[in-house]
Each structure stands twice: as structure tokens, then as C-alpha cells.
Design a protein around this ligand. Structure first.
Ligand code: RP5
Length: 169
């Protein structure tokens, strides 16, 4: 965890495959990441201790991913003043709808920035963490601008790829 700027916490190791887009995104931007399994329900004392010490340990953004009655992000946010991004993990009987509602519906007073269910949500959690860090890291801000420019180019190329199908262009 030494020098990590972002922590990705997950409620179960079973969540890991669904969180790969967040890990890949942070790696793409060269953001030092610590990855941990801890649960708001099964190991509440570990979560409280980790979140309480996170800022002093040098972390700047917390990402918390959980499925089912997903309290991890809220509990982490309760124990730190660092920004917390919640990822509702899909799966179980309700396919993540339960996790989405549990994560997003924080009562006023403790904020969790909740991303969507699924791979887009996990990727966006990584991107949002990068954007937060980029506020005080000009090099990272330049990388993020380049990411956006590349993305625009890809969409423009896709648009020209479909031109043959379009009778009005
Ligand atoms: C949550 O319960 C975890 O985040 C996981 O998504 C869900 C089920 O956990 P397992 O029973 O698969 O370990 O705490």
C-alpha cells in the first residue's frame, strides 16, 4: 500500500473479475493502486480501521465495490473524509439492482459518488478517481485530456466507418 493514491476495496474476492475495468483504467493512467478484500458485514472492524487510517496512509481516493445489500461504500465514507466512489456489483438474485440502490441512496450528510452497474461503471470509477487526482496533478490532467481526445477520435472514425450506410451524408 506504500505510495498508493487510490484504494479499491471489494466486499468479496468473487467481485474481482467485475472490477477489472477499474484496475485496468487506473493502470492505464499509471495511478498507484492498492486492492483489498474487506466487507462491511463480514469484517466491519477491518473496514473501519482501513478507512479511518486511509488519509494518513497517503491515499487520496477510495473506491468501494460490493454486491447485494451493499453497504461497503457508505461505511467507508462514514470513516473517512476522502472522496468515496461506490461501485454496485452486478449478480445475485436482483442482478445488482439491490447493490445499486444500497450504494446510491445515501442519506444526506455522508456522500458516495455512485457509478453504474457493470463494466462501464467499473471503468468510470477508475476515470473519476483519475479526474479527482488530476485536480492537483498537472501531468495526470494532461494524460486525461489526451484520453478524451483519443476517445473523440475513435468516435469520429466510427462515424466515418458508417457513412456508407447513411443516405443523407
Ligand atoms: C458482498 O456480498 C460482496 O461484495 C459480494 O458481491 C456479495 C456476495 O459475496 P460472496 O458470498 O460471493 O462472497 O458483500
Amino acid at each position: 500500500m506504500k505510495n498508493a493514491k487510490v484504494a479499491l476495496l471489494m466486499g468479496s474476492k468473487n467481485d474481482l473479475p467485475k472490477l477489472q475495468p477499474a484496475i485496468d483504467t487506473l493502470a492505464q493512467f499509471g495511478v498507484p493502486l492498492t486492492v483489498r478484500v474487506m466487507s462491511a458485514h463480514r469484517t466491519p472492524a477491518t473496514v473501519a480501521e482501513f478507512a479511518t487510517n486511509a488519509r494518513a496512509a497517503g491515499l487520496r481516493v477510495m473506491i468501494a465495490a460490493a454486491g447485494g445489500a451493499a453497504h461497503l461504500a457508505g461505511v467507508v465514507a462514514a470513516h473517512t473524509t476522502l472522496p468515496v466512489i461506490g461501485i454496485p456489483v452486478e449478480g445475485g438474485a436482483l442482478n445488482g439492482l439491490d447493490a445499486l440502490l444500497s450504494t446510491v441512496q445515501m442519506p444526506g450528510g455522508i456522500a458516495v459518488a455512485t457509478v453504474g452497474i457493470g463494466s462501464g461503471g467499473a471503468m468510470n470509477a477508475g476515470l473519476l478517481a483519475v479526474q479527482i487526482l488530476a485536480l492537483s496533478d498537472p501531468e495526470l490532467a494532461v494524460k486525461f485530456d489526451k484520453f478524451r481526445a483519443d476517445q473523440r477520435e475513435k468516435v469520429a472514425k466510427a462515424d466515418s466507418d458508417v457513412v456508407a450506410l447513411d443516405q443523407f451524408r
